[in-house]
Ligand binder design. Structure first.
Ligand SMILES: [Zn+2]
Length: 207
């Protein structure tokens, strides 16, 4: 069983997978004190917590990472690069701005990779996209995140995308409140997060 306690304490919003992923850092580019993905193992824990991968898949990925530490580091760096690209594109959309052309180019290159892992599967009344996971691919958890961003970017929900108004928080969220007047990622999370983060840092220092 993978322990995801520290990540739960960090406070994901569970709105959209891509937003929870961009919210694994409080600021972009992230500083060590505001970074949740401090190791490949943490990326795997986050993936279990967000239900992107199963416990069994996580165990296989962790043992693969132990056998190939430099490849695991590379996968972590790639995940963070993807996250920062997603953040810049989505934050621009939240601000009603066009993203930078270089960011869109980078996003499209990542999207092309993600799409090579997609399958169309029959659902109840129509068909749906499914992202195939491969526990022998250290980057496997990244593809569903990228696809989640593509779905958000082409959906009506994009109009409700916001960046937290707090000075030291760059979390993205969907403002689905009745009057669409929500300004904070969450009063509860924004207030509690610095506490949760110190708890996380303390836990990390003792492991
Ligand atoms: Zn916030």
């Amino acid at each position: 069983m993978i322990d995801t306690g520290d990540i739960e304490a960090f406070g994901p919003l569970k709105e959209r997978l891509c937003l929870d992923f961009t919210n694994t850092a409080d600021e972009h580019p992230s500083q060590p004190t505001a970074e949740l993905l401090t190791s490949y193992a943490r990326l795997v824990e986050w993936s279990v917590f967000s239900k992107s991968i199963s416990d069994e898949q996580a165990e296989i990925l962790l043992s693969l990472a132990q056998q190939h530490p430099s490849k695991a580091d590379e996968a972590l760096r790639f995940a963070i690069t993807v996250r920062e690209t997603l953040f810049r594109v989505l934050a621009a959309a939240a601000d009603d701005r066009q993203p930078d052309a270089t960011d869109m180019q980078a996003f499209n290159a990542i999207l092309a990779k993600a799409m090579s892992h997609l399958h169309m599967t029959p659902a109840l009344t129509n068909f749906s996209w499914t992202c195939a996971l491969d526990e022998n691919d250290l980057e496997t958890m990244i593809w569903p995140v990228v696809w989640s961003a593509a779905e958000l970017m082409t959906s009506h929900d994009l109009h409700y995308l916001r960046e937290c108004a707090s000075e030291d928080c760059e979390w993205l969220f969907l403002d689905t409140s009745k009057n669409h007047s929500r300004r904070w990622c969450s009063m509860k999370e924004c207030g509690n997060r610095s506490k949760a983060r110190s708890h996380y840092q303390r836990a990390r220092n003792t492991t």
